[in-house]
Structures are given as C-alpha cells and as structure tokens.
Design a protein around this ligand. Structure first.
Ligand SMILES: [Ca+2]
Length: 491
C-alpha cells in the first residue's frame, strides 16, 4: 500500500485522502443510457529526450519543421520558461516524484553515477543509480486514483528491480536501465553508436527491417490507448528521440540537406529529419485521440528532459543542435542546458494560443496532475515535494507568480564543471565549485547570459549565494570533493 511506503510526514489518513482526492474532473457522456458521469481525464505525458529549447518551430527553430507541435501549441498553453535538470536521469526522477534531483541524490545519469573522471580538480559527488522504491511516483499516485498506467519508451531510472513495473506502471514497453538505444533501426541493437550487443531496447523482439524506433513506440502507445477502454489512462510516452545516435529516414535527411542555409542557427539535417519524424508521431497520437472521441477528455503535456546536446555525434560534421539564443547545452546550468519547451493542453482550463512566461519546473507536474497539495516553500517540509501545483497558471498564465528555482549538478560534462545555480525573478546566480567563482545574470535583459554582473551587484550575489547554500543544506545535497590525486601540472 502506498501509505506503508510513504516518506511523507503527514498522517497516513491525510495522505490517503490526498491521494484519493480527485483532481479536475471532466464531464463525459456515458455510452450507457443513464446520462452524464464525471470521470478523471486521461493524461498523456510526452517526454522528448535532449530536445532543445529553441528546436521546435513554435520556439524559433528555423531549419526544422514541426507543424503538429506548432498546431498543438497554438491550441494550448505554451511555457517560455520551463525548466528541467541538465541531464536525463535527474530530470526523469524529478518528473516522476515531484522531488528535486538533489534531494533524491540522483544528480547524474544512471551510468554516470558509477564512476566519474579521476583526473579533474574535483571528484564528483556520490549519486544513486536507482530511483528508490519507497519514492512515490506519479504512476503510483494515478494508479491509486484508478488509472491504467503505461510507460512507453525510455526509463533510465535504474536496474531491473527498479523498472517501470516496480514504480507503479501496469505496462512497460521499451524502458530499462539504458539512456539511449544502440540504433533507431530495428532490432535496435548491434554494433552502433554505443558499441556492444548488451545494450538493447526491451520488448522489441518482433519487428521488421526498416522499422524506426519512434514510429514503433508510437504504435505501442496507440495500442495502450485502445486497451484502456473506459478506464482513464496515464500514458507516459518517453521517446528516445532526438537523443543520440542521430539517425533518421534518408528521404527526410535529403529534404533538410536541400533546405539548409548558412543563416540557419540549426545546421544538422539529420537532427532536423529526426525531429520531423518525432513531430509526425505526436500528430499520430493527437489524431488517434480525436478519432476515438476522447481528445477533450485528455490532458496532453509535451516537454523535454534537458537542453539540446551541442556536441557532435560520431563523424557528423555539424553539432547535433544549437540552443541559441540561450547559452550552452545539455549538462550545463546555463539556460541552454536546463530550459526546455513545455506545452500543456488541459481541456476547459488552458486557452488556445496562450503563453506563460513564468518560471516552472518538471517537479511541478506531479502536484499539478495528482491534486496533491504540495508545496509552497513554507510547507515543503511536511509534504516532501519540491513541485508547485501549476493549475492556477493554466487559465491565468499572467498571474503573479513568485518562485525560486534551484539547480545542482555536482559533476563534470563537456559543457561544465561541477556547479549549482539559483534563479529568483529575473536574476540567476551560478556557483562553480572548482574555485567557488560566482556568475550573476539578469535573464530579462540578457537571456544569453553574456554579461556577468557579480562584481557589479555584490550584495545581490551574496544574498542569492546564501539562499542557494541554505537550500543545499536543507535538501542535504551531495557535494563534489577535492581530488587528492589531481595536479594542475598534469596535461
Ligand atoms: Ca536527455
């Protein structure tokens, strides 16, 4: 039972009441002759992997073409300042639990938790490989509310004992320990991007040559929708695309090669082709919901797990993507690493074409979808959640919204050294742990984080640093340690 596994300090009776408390209900015509019943809306949460903030057409993408997502945005609420963690596993753990990656001790991708670089100034902080079973996931919450729960695609939250089936999902297709497939082509294994046969996508034994993973996962998702019947369903469709390996259908690649111009800030035609396919598949999900007559009974959320990857994939001439005008990319706590697209369509709540500029985070989705009252900062200690219920923003995206966001990445990545960050209003402070250096930016005037104002506003920087350090103590954030074997004389 959930109550036995909870970490909440709330009395169990209150917790059960909270879990069972209905969220927003949607009137629905029953097939029976009686009349109209109220039931929970379906939830379709589509998570793209490594999709950058400016990749989609509706977020300023230029080479790419994403007509289905652009139409969805025009029919939904689009967030311009939604945040994830800077790499895969921390974001997914955060999304699943409503709890910050630093609090969960899941600050790096699963494989990376096992060993960090030994030749850098700092040794990376300790991090968990598996999402602990006692954490209460979004799937467990919704299952307790009567939902059919299905995870289709990437999981990346631990080994076999911690797969989606162990975390509240009735169905898992395609999810396991790994963060990326060997290849997007069936049978999704072999000697490809990551080498070795042992990495695979589960439950994909039956397929046919030429089958492409994003198409196949969507096929599986549509079957889950059909299987649900009259039961409300939670479909967590976590596409592996557009993470590396960057692979796409040749006709699409040729199309974008021909379209490419030097003035585009996106320059990788294979990535653009991969996004075109992802977009088409999201169009398929929407069309299927409409065809079944349940689109207006379904909450649809689309987002990404971290910023776009700005390195190169294998021998590809162009970097995978660019997050311009934002600085840097995946791994970094500059905006390009953590700011992501987010689109929410919530029937009878969101207005078509509405835009929200308030800062929000993946932690917020669990309290928004479950009706668990979390968080105001002052009651966080009683709920254990770090997320905030976004429902007030859905119909009033311009409302006053004071929010402090924290980030913690005590590890190395090609884009960063160990770093923490805090954002309040338009101000953002980064603390780099190798040398305790500070960077302060005014995101309203300088969204590209090009002018460090720490020396100009020392008092503000000190206040924000104090808040950041207090938060780290509060969540008991793991810190990197000095590396005794490190010598600055080494090459
Ligand atoms: Ca990712």
């Amino acid at each position: 039972m959930i109550a036995q596994r909870t970490y909440f300090i709330l009395p169990h009776c209150l917790l059960i009441a909270a879990v069972a408390a209905p969220t927003i209900k949607i009137a629905r015509a029953q097939t029976s002759s009686e009349s109209t019943a109220i039931r929970s809306p379906n939830v379709v949460l589509i998570l793209a992997d490594d999709l950058g903030w400016s990749d989609l057409g509706c977020y300023g993408g230029d080479l790419v073409e994403t007509p289905n997502l652009d139409r969805l945005a025009a029919d939904s609420l689009r967030f311009t300042q939604a945040y994830a963690m800077s790499v895969c596993t921390p974001s997914r753990a955060t999304l699943m639990t409503g709890r910050h990656a630093a609090r969960l001790k899941m600050t790096i991708w699963s494989e990376g938790s096992l060993k960090g670089p030994s030749n850098r100034k700092l040794l990376q902080a300790d991090a968990l490989h598996d999402l602990p079973l006692q954490e209460i996931t979004l799937a467990e919450q919704l299952k307790a509310e009567g939902y059919l729960t299905a995870a289709i695609g990437k999981w990346h939250l631990g080994d076999a004992g911690h797969f989606p089936e162990a975390q509240g999902f009735d169905i898992n297709i395609g999810g396991n320990h790994w963060g990326a497939p060997q290849t997007f082509w069936w049978p999704y294994r072999g000697d490809q991007r990551y080498g070795g046969e042992f990495r695979y996508v589960p439950h994909m034994e039956f397929g046919k040559p030429g089958e492409y993973l994003t198409d196949r996962l969507t096929d599986e998702a549509l079957q889950v929708i059909d299987k649900a019947g009259e039961q409300p369903f939670f479909l967590y469709l976590a596409h592996y695309a557009p993470h590396t390996p960057i692979e796409a259908k040749s006709e699409d690649v040729e199309y974008f090669r021909a379209k490419q111009r030097p003035e585009h800030h996106h320059q990788n035609p294979i990535y653009a082709a991969m996004l075109k396919n992802l977009d088409e598949n999201i169009g398929r999900v929407i069309a299927h919901l409409k065809r079944k007559g349940i689109y207006e009974e379904t909450i649809l959320i689309f987002t990404s797990d971290n910023g776009g990857f700005i390195g190169n994939d294998r021998d590809q001439a162009e970097p995978v993507t660019s997050n311009a005008p934002l600085r840097s990319g995946k791994g970094s706590l500059y905006e390009g690493g953590i700011r992501v697209p987010m689109i929410i369509r919530w029937p009878m709540q969101t207005q078509p074409g509405s835009v929200c500029h308030q800062p929000v985070m993946l932690t917020d989705l669990l309290p928004t979808l479950t009706g668990l009252n979390s968080v105001a900062d002052d009651n966080q200690e009683t709920t254990g959640l770090d997320g905030t219920d976004l429902k007030p923003l859905l119909s009033q995206p311009e409302r006053t919204w004071e929010r402090t966001l924290f980030f913690h990445y005590p590890h190395y990545y090609p884009t960063t050294s160990p770093v923490s960050a805090v954002r309040f209003a338009d101000w953002k402070l980064l603390e780099f742990h190798e040398d305790s250096s500070l960077e302060l930016y005014d995101l309203a005037r300088d969204p590209s984080e090009s002018k460090n104002l720490a020396d100009q506003y020392p008092q503000r920087a000190a206040q924000m640093l104090d808040e950041l350090q207090r938060w780290r103590r509060q969540v008991d954030a793991a810190m990197p340690r000095p590396n005794p074997a490190y010598s600055s004389q080494k090459p």
